[in-house]
Design a protein around this ligand. Structure first.
Ligand SMILES: Nc1ncnc(-c2cnn(Cc3cccc(F)c3)c2)c1Cl
Length: 285
């Protein structure tokens, strides 16, 4: 890629495409247990990019209802070397808030809930366990962590201090509306959207714009609805083969992770393709 690098994540990069445009490139890298694995998953970058593109289309009515837009300019007008796994997007003034919506209790949410009965300022009913469905989806924002750190949950008052009261309210309502639409579509495909993270920015006209990737298995927890059983960690739709193999391999989760065997790579690729095909109702090619 001969464009200037703007940012590098675990599995993605952002390049400066000029003319107030950025190129978001998704790699075939996969992360598990907070480590980037040495073995790529063929087509993961393409599947997740095409899934984001599809979701931007699906979410446009929800965005319009809020007078908001999304940042996607093109997923075809991209360099040949990253064809199918890059999005040309409008450069935004990104808001410093990770807009997380949760429909189910999981991960860091469960840890905090177990200690306090809530997630920051969001009080939840008693008796919930890992994997419980929440009575209503909740907005549980966080701040963007430094590279290598976890995002830190923040309360709504902190969001207000960061973006102002009106914008904070708009972020909460829009995040929940987008989550509901995503969860509804996913449920129809036999996938539980446990939670997801949106990032928003401001466009040149000051309007709210949905950025980054949307509703992918990297920005969300996708659980197979058929295996849902609250009370223990739920199997990941896409990463469970990798997690189980890593656990069975005896890896200590601290030293550099081992290469994945071919069958785990192939099965994991198939999970990404299945997620795409079940959600969109179209064949991945
Ligand atoms: N439309 C936009 N305008 C301005 N900035 C961004 C932006 C910058 N960074 N990120 C997160 C990220 C996305 C991929 C790879 C990474 F390393 C980091 C998003 C976007 Cl999407």
């Amino acid at each position: 890629m001969d464009l200037p690098l703007v940012a590098r994540g675990k599995v993605r990069e952002v390049y400066d495409a000029g003319d107030d445009r950025l190129l978001l490139v998704a790699s075939d890298r996969i992360s598990a247990y907070d480590h980037v694995l040495p073995t790529p998953i063929p087509d993961k970058g393409r599947v997740l990019t095409q899934l984001s593109v599809w979701w931007f289309e699906q979410l446009t009515p929800v965005l319009s209802a809020f007078g908001a837009t999304h940042h996607l300019v093109s997923a075809t007008d991209v360099p040949a070397g990253v064809a199918g796994r890059a999005m040309l997007v409008r450069r935004l003034d990104m808001l410093p808030v990770e807009c997380v919506a949760r429909g189910y209790l999981s991960g860091s949410g469960t840890v905090e809930y177990s200690r306090t009965g809530s997630i920051r300022d969001v009080t939840l009913p008693p008796g919930l366990v890992e994997g419980s469905r929440l009575p209503e989806p909740v907005f549980t924002p966080s701040t963007k962590a430094e590279v290598g750190e976890h995002d830190e949950a923040i309360d709504f008052a902190r969001v207000v201090s960061l973006v102002g009261a009106a914008r904070a309210e708009e972020l909460r309502e829009l995040t929940l509306a987008l989550y509901r639409r995503g969860a509804e579509v996913a449920a129809g495909a036999g996938i539980l959207l446990a939670d997801t993270k949106f990032e928003f920015g401001l466009g040149a006209d000051g309007g709210l714009v949905l950025g980054d990737e949307v509703l992918t298995p990297d920005s969300s927890r996708f659980w197979p609805a058929s295996s849902w059983a609250p009370g223990a960690p739920q199997p990941s739709f896409d990463k469970q083969y990798v997690r189980d193999w890593l656990t069975s391999s005896g890896w200590d989760r601290v030293s550099p992770p081992p290469e994945l065997p071919d069958d785990v790579v192939a099965a994991t690729r198939e999970r990404y393709v299945a997620a795409y095909e079940q959600l969109t109702g179209t064949s991945f090619r």
